[in-house]
Design a protein around this ligand. Structure first.
Ligand code: NAP
Length: 274
């Protein structure tokens, strides 16, 4: 029997935490498999994907810049991947066919629910900052959870308008410089921009009007406690960091490739941060 293999394809890939995550789960469950990082250029993606099943790969995670191309190259795709318009998890089937999934929406909502136990989607509007790939997954997750309205703001407004056209009437777009004026209307604030990441400027936002009962979730996980989360915590808001989304999005892929559904715990967080 071939040793079960999986990995993550991106470019660059050295920064990825997925090898630490899946390596931890493989060890925890005593599975004699491997999960490796693979730096693949865009022009080589198709060739690599078609060859990997022959080497014993059960599937791969896909990250920047290949998420859209991987969906296009796949033979079939989950409804989630189709709606988000990108794939982050590929499963190679017995006959070599490639099934594309996107587990970012699942990872986001699972992390949010486990970090903010009292949050109820029906309680009020959510505000999403950003209109890139991560925002699409967050919007799909919030709509599926039953959030009545999503207020969307992005530096480049046209990208937010495009998302509103794609995802429909529950989305309302506001200008980037009007975000603070709408904070009193929301029960959940989600940052999907890269602001606040190590090496990027912080997301500077006056949280005065945000209700202390609101939940603030930052998708940025390096650093773990972003200036946004620190400011929200100082107001008494429930804060949820981005690491849990990364951990939870890995669960469905691991289960499909290695046949065991792993859990996300404090021990998992420590293993990935180590
Ligand atoms: P992306 O597609 O490149 O989108 C980047 C977003 O950030 C865009 O909305 C962009 O606005 C905005 N942005 C960048 N620089 C900005 C600035 N100086 N001022 C205002 N807005 C700015 O990236 P992505 O894949 O959506 O990822 C976004 C963030 O989410 C990254 O930090 C990533 O690490 C994080 N993420 C975390 C997870 C997780 O599991 N926790 C998963 C996915 C992503 P414009 O449209 O105006 O350029």
């Amino acid at each position: 029997m071939k040793i079960p293999l999986a990995g993550v394809i991106g470019s660059p890939i050295a920064h990825s935490k997925s090898p630490a995550l899946h390596g931890h789960w493989l060890t925890q469950h005593g599975i004699p498999g491997y999960y490796c990082p693979m730096d693949v250029a865009p022009q080589d993606l198709q060739t690599v994907l078609r060859a990997l099943p022959k080497a014993g790969f059960k599937g791969v995670n896909i990250t920047i810049p290949h998420k859209e191309s991987a969906l296009a190259l796949a033979d079939s795709a989950s409804p989630s991947a189709q709606r988000i318009g990108a794939a982050n998890t590929l499963v190679f089937q017995q006959d070599g066919q490639i099934y594309a999934d996107n587990t970012d929406a699942y990872g986001f909502i699972t992390n949010l629910r486990s970090g903010a136990l009292d949050w109820q989607p029906a309680d009020g509007a959510a505000m999403v900052l950003g209109a890139g790939g991560a925002a699409r997954a967050v919007i799909v997750a919030l709509l599926d959870a039953g959030v009545p309205q999503i207020i969307l703001a992005n530096r480049t407004r046209s990208r937010a308008d495009h998302l509103a056209q794609t995802f429909g009437p529950h989305l309302v777009v506001i200008d980037w410089d009007k975000v603070a004026d709408h904070l009193s209307d929301i029960g959940l604030l989600v940052n999907t921009t890269s602001l606040g990441m190590t090496g990027k400027p912080p997301l500077s936002l006056d949280l005065t009007d945000l209700a202390p009962g609101a939940v603030v979730n930052d998708l940025v996980y390096a650093p773990l406690r972003t200036p946004l989360l620190e400011a929200a915590a100082a107001k008494g808001c429930v804060t949820v960091d981005g690491l849990g989304m990364l951990l939870h999005q890995g669960v469905p892929g691991f289960a499909a490739w290695f046949g065991v559904t792993p859990t996300v715990s404090e021990q998992t967080r420590r293993a990935v941060l180590a």
